[in-house]
Write a protein that binds this ligand. Structure first.
Ligand code: AMP
Length: 635
């Protein structure tokens, strides 16, 4: 396919304003790109055959030269791109001129298209017309550029890019400039290319008739490929993308082997997958959504995906990331960041740790945390001093110690585990790397979750992750199956106005504390509703409105201390319930504040948690009902 044809059709795609039109236009484009020479596919399918434009077009549309899992980059910055454009534009144009135009137009494609590269084209056309750029030639040129390293590589990159620009029409120049800077602006996202791939090669409805690969005489029996309902087609493409992270490869496979071929795509040790992500959520959300909740520590470090196939010397990084098969081959431990960057070289002790302990091929998901001499976690910033470091790795290794906490297992000993429930994946994790496997606790109610959270916080961690034990691992997905629960950002400073004596072993101590806020505040806050908790109503001193009772989060030591402080303040006692003079202010966390008739404020703290005594605060500094209203979102 000529590069001009791609650039022009891409402009047409960008001009569409409906999602469906865009998807259909991209599907047409992929089908056309894929109609050429499809019989000559390369062995690994990553890049099709030598004349196969389909994978290249699929990637180019997303502003990529390499698949997402591939750690190679063009490493062409905006300045280098501007210099190449300036040179191609002729002797009277400087990089500063290009920069000025960019400031005016705001976008590199429009700037590149506005220059006339014709003078240079005259040279190219000397003796026989313009040497038309093909998609394959641009791809090859850019891959060559990415391979330039070391001394002088910057100027060689500039020369190569200049060479490409001199052969560009304005439309091509715009496409090329955007491509090298990864700013395609076509309105074509990953979802569009996914849907378009399904549409072009697999879906039974609305399939472009004229130019799909099926029509090719040389396509080797493609006409037999099963066509399926559009949703099934999209799901199959999505699935294959999740395991391969390569739009080009998946498009080729869809075209050549249909849905069956896509289903055969599997994880490969050495080819990183996107990390599964979490949403913010509360213990109540988790308990409501899952039958049982898996509670794990939320480690405050950097996400890391561990790939390792034991059995030989470490494979070179480029082999691992090229998409060349590592199936069955040994691969030394490789570590990838959340964005799938290769961070292996920066973390030698994690590499050694994994190599020493794991004996089967694995893909693990986890977090690398900085620890002090006692093994206690240090703040996240400490990990960053190590994570992407290219120089002084050994020196920094002495300064900042790291520890791996693994919390998931995507592949073990030949088995892809993405579709297995978390509890099964975790069992496999414990088998393959028991030392680093994060503890996992099952909880059935918010109190149990709160207890785990407290333990995690006490151990210096960031909070807890609440996961559905039955859920599959969905790469790249920020779904509801993983919830991150960090401690409340906003706490409340409440006055202790009452308590109940504890039971059994704790009969000598207060156990549950009644909390109140000042009725004052911004407004004349007099409750105007019935209070259904008679205990609470009786105990409320004038000027205070109760908001809840706290019994969670209090250590034995804190209970003894609270009892000692509060006993002298008792003003009333009935049964096991006592009322206090309002004097002691405590800080409490909670999951949310809800309207409720139970307490005199008309609001109740859900899952209140004792944080500590506010020694520094008197009752006049305690929070007001007005603030409670605001926190509840009512003001
Ligand atoms: P956040 O960065 O706040 O969006 O929280 C999600 C991140 O927490 C993940 O991407 C991981 O890097 C990290 N994390 C820490 N501990 C865990 C865990 N047990 N399970 C999953 N993610 C975790």
């Amino acid at each position: 396919m000529e590069f001009a044809a791609l650039a022009e059709r891409a402009e047409g795609v960008a001009a569409n304003d409906g999602d469906i039109e865009t998807t259909l236009a991209v599907a047409d484009l992929l089908a056309d790109a894929g109609a050429v020479e499809s019989a000559e596919n390369g062995e690994n399918g990553e890049n099709g055959g030598p004349n196969d434009d389909l994978p290249v077009v699929a990637r180019f549309l997303l502003g990529r030269v390499f698949p997402a899992h591939d750690t190679r980059t063009l490493d062409v910055g905006p300045a280098l791109c501007r210099e190449a454009i300036a040179r191609a534009a002729g002797p009277n144009v400087s990089a500063a001129d290009v920069e000025d135009r960019l400031a005016e137009r705001g976008e590199i494609g429009a700037v590149a298209a506005a220059y006339d590269f014709g003078g240079q084209r005259g040279l190219a056309s000397f003796g026989g017309g313009r040497d038309a750029l093909t998609v394959a030639a641009v791809d090859e040129g850019l891959r060559g550029l990415a391979a330039e390293t070391g001394d002088g590589s910057e100027s060689r990159k500039r020369d190569a890019l200049f060479g490409l620009f001199t052969r560009c029409s304005p439309t091509e120049a715009a496409f090329l400039a955007r491509l090298v800077l990864g700013e395609m602006r076509l309105g074509v996202g990953e979802g569009t290319v996914r849907d378009a791939t399904a549409e072009a090669f697999l879906a039974s409805e609305g399939r472009p008739e004229s130019d799909g690969a099926d029509d090719d005489d040389d396509a080797g029996g493609d006409a037999e490929l099963e066509l399926v309902a559009p949703e099934t087609a999209v799901a199959a493409v999505e699935r294959a993308l999740q395991v391969t992270n390569d739009y080009g490869r998946v498009a080729v496979r869809a075209r050549d082997e249909g849905i069956e071929g896509l289903r055969e795509e599997s994880l490969r040790v050495g080819r990183p997958v996107q990390a599964m992500l979490a949403q913010a959520g509360t213990a109540t959300d988790a308990v409501d959504a899952f039958d049982e909740v898996t509670v794990e520590t939320k480690f405050d470090g950097a996400r890391v995906q561990v790939h390792y196939a034991p059995g030989g010397a470490a494979t070179d990084a480029t082999d691992a990331t090229d998409g060349h098969s590592t199936d069955g081959d040994a691969l030394g431990p490789r570590l990838y960041s959340r964005n799938m960057d290769d961070v292996t070289e920066a973390l030698p002790e994690i590499v050694e740790y994994v190599a020493d302990r794991v004996d089967v091929p694995v893909i693990l998901d986890g977090e690398v945390v900085a620890v002090d001499d006692d093994g206690d976690p240090l703040p996240f910033q400490e990990v960053l001093r190590r994570f992407r470091r290219k120089h002084d790795v050994e020196r920094m290794r002495e300064t900042v110690s790291l520890r791996l906490h693994a919390f998931d297992c995507l592949h073990a000993d030949g088995d892809d585990l993405l579709d297995e429930p978390l509890r099964v994946r975790h069992e496999r994790l414990r088998e393959v790397l028991p030392d680093a496997a994060a503890d996992l606790t099952l909880a059935a109610d918010p109190d149990a979750v709160a207890a785990e959270e407290r333990a995690a916080l006490n151990a210096g961690h960031e909070g807890v992750m609440l996961k559905n034990p039955e859920a599959a691992y969905t790469p790249g997905d920020r779904g509801r199956d993983w919830l991150k629960r960090k401690p409340d950002v906003e706490t409340l400073d409440a006055v202790v106005v009452g308590a109940e004596w504890g039971e059994g072993r704790r009969a000598e101590l207060f156990g549950t504390f009644l909390l109140a806020v000042r009725e004052g505040g911004d407004a004349g806050d007099t409750p105007d509703h019935d209070v259904s908790d008679p205990d609470a109503a009786d105990l409320v001193p004038a000027g205070y409105a109760t908001v809840g009772k706290v019994a969670t989060g209090i250590t034995d030591e804190a209970l003894a201390d609270l009892t000692e402080r509060l006993e002298p303040l008792v003003v009333d006692e009935s049964g096991t319930t006592v009322a206090f003079d309002p004097e002691l202010v405590v800080e409490v966390g909670y999951e949310e504040i809800q309207r409720s008739p139970t307490y005199s404020a008309g609001y109740a703290l859900r899952f209140p948690r004792f944080v500590g005594v506010r020694e520094d605060k008197g009752v006049d500094d305690a929070d007001s009902l007005a603030r409670v209203r605001r926190l509840a979102g009512d003001d």
